[in-house]
Design a protein around this ligand. Structure first.
Ligand code: HAM
Length: 419
């Protein structure tokens, strides 16, 4: 047997109901907040992520699925959606056609990471991005929307972390302060951190190596190095969150593993997910649109990891819809009429299974039982002659004869328009 690629996974029929429920909530919440769907390709030019996600990130340094295609072009299977969304926003001049360019997308992402619970090489995200508005009231709205999305999925006991990573005006001073505070201790950090100290000292906060943590915990905080504008912006975001009545904690380590962030960053952590507990993360990126060749427009958004949300959703979410009826035929002459009955009921909107190969009544009833159908409809010679169907209600076990013309009415739930 050829099995699936390491770090990828099938979503089998027993699980797919939870995914569909999750996607339905995602679309509904996006609708309520004025976001429109966009679908961008999985394949993009490699340089989009090198420039967008950033050369100093772990993603670009070691996790991208990149290759040279048959035409000699370097392409990458997207590791995240934000650069693609920015590309599409610019390429299609979406700010001209949309009052506010608020976009969302659902789909697979690819990162060559070490697989573990909640971390995969092919995983799925809901990605939400808003362009052209620099005001802190949008930061608060986006964060509130993220919290509402998680709440609407029935996920309780989450923690919201926020931080500000400043802007190109104030960040260099913070980077210098980090290096000064580290001093000779840089030599004691892991090889990755030593590289980070050279390329982008903020990235040191991404380090998960236990022995590095005491040193990292003693480092200065970005919020203490914000310029006046960034400080004012961060204060306004926190005030708005308080007005919304949302609980949050300022986390100094929340620099996020991508290079494009300016000012606000945030994450929501779930419970019972082990070490991979961030169910979503995002932030503001006011220079990315321009850096990718577009106009000078602000941007902000977040992405939620659907695998982690599915793990955190309550047990009861997305139970599979029940099969309404299983049509059983008695005798060869009833086989085709049974198929036609199944066809008619399907056209009437019911979910219907039918026997195909003329097995014994007993084995057909067994299959109907396994299918967990609400009703078994028995079609035999007598029923055919009288224009009737025998209906067995599998919940009560009661059996009755119903005229074919009254069947649709009989199968409809009381007070419901469709099956
Ligand atoms: P990110 O923090 O890299 O941000 O990913 C967002 C979420 O995707 C994570 O919080 C996690 O739930 C999920 N995720 C990431 N990697 C994996 C993985 N290997 N397996 C399973 N789930 C994973 C971004 O991707 C940014 N584009 C977010 C953003 C949008 N910022 C602004 N706009």
């Amino acid at each position: 047997m050829i099995s699936s690629v390491r770090g990828t996974h099938d979503i089998v029929p027993g699980e797919v109901g939870r995914w569909q429920a999750l996607e339905a909530v995602a679309r509904e919440v996006c609708r309520r907040y004025g976001y429109q769907e966009i679908r961008t390709p999985v394949l993009e030019r490699e340089e989009l992520f090198a420039k967008g996600t950033g050369e100093s990130t772990d993603i670009v340094q070691k996790e991208m699925y990149s290759f040279t295609d048959k035409g000699g072009e370097r392409v990458t299977m997207r590791p995240e959606a934000t650069p693609s969304m920015v590309r599409a926003f610019v390429q299609h001049s979406l700010e001209q056609s949309m009052a506010t360019a608020k976009l969302y997308s659902l789909g697979p992402m690819f990162r060559y990471e070490r697989p573990q619970k909640g971390r995969y090489r092919q995983f799925h995200q809901l990605d939400v991005e808003a362009f052209g508005i620099a005001a802190p009231s949008l930061d608060a709205e986006v964060i509130e929307m993220a919290a509402e999305f998680v709440r609407a999925l029935g996920i309780e006991r989450t923690e919201l972390l926020v931080n500000s990573v400043g802007c190109p005006a104030c960040r260099p001073a913070f980077g210098a302060a980090l290096l000064a505070a580290l001093g000779d201790q840089i030599a004691e950090l892991c090889a990755d951190c030593q590289r980070r100290a050279q390329t982008n000292p903020l990235r040191i906060f991404d380090c998960k190596i236990p022995k590095d943590q005491p040193i990292i915990d003693g480092l200065p905080h970005s919020v203490d190095y914000l310029c006046a504008e960034c400080r004012e912006h961060f204060d306004a975001v926190q005030q708005a969150l308080e007005a919304y009545g949302i609980d949050f904690r300022v986390s100094h380590r929340l620099v996020r593993g991508l290079d494009y962030y300016t000012r606000t960053t945030f994450e929501i952590l779930g419970q019972g997910l082990g070490s991979q507990n961030a169910v979503l993360g995002g932030g503001r990126y006011d220079n990315l649109v321009k850096a990718l060749g577009g106009p000078d427009r602000a941007g902000i958004g977040f992405a939620a990891g659907l695998e982690r949300l599915v793990l955190a959703m309550p047990e009861s979410a997305g139970a599979a819809a029940k099969v309404k009826a299983f049509v059983v035929s008695v005798g060869e002459e009833a086989r085709l009429p049974a198929q036609v009955l199944a066809r008619d009921l399907r056209h009437d909107g019911f979910s219907v299974l039918v026997d195909y190969d003329g097995r014994s009544l007993r084995s057909q009833m067994k299959r109907a039982d396994r299918a967990d159908a609400s009703y078994v409809l028995i079609v035999g010679g007598d029923e055919l002659e009288r224009g009737e169907v025998t209906v067995k209600d599998m919940t009560t076990g009661q059996q009755s004869t119903v005229a074919r013309t009254a069947l649709v009415q009989r199968l409809k739930p009381v007070g419901d328009a469709a099956g």
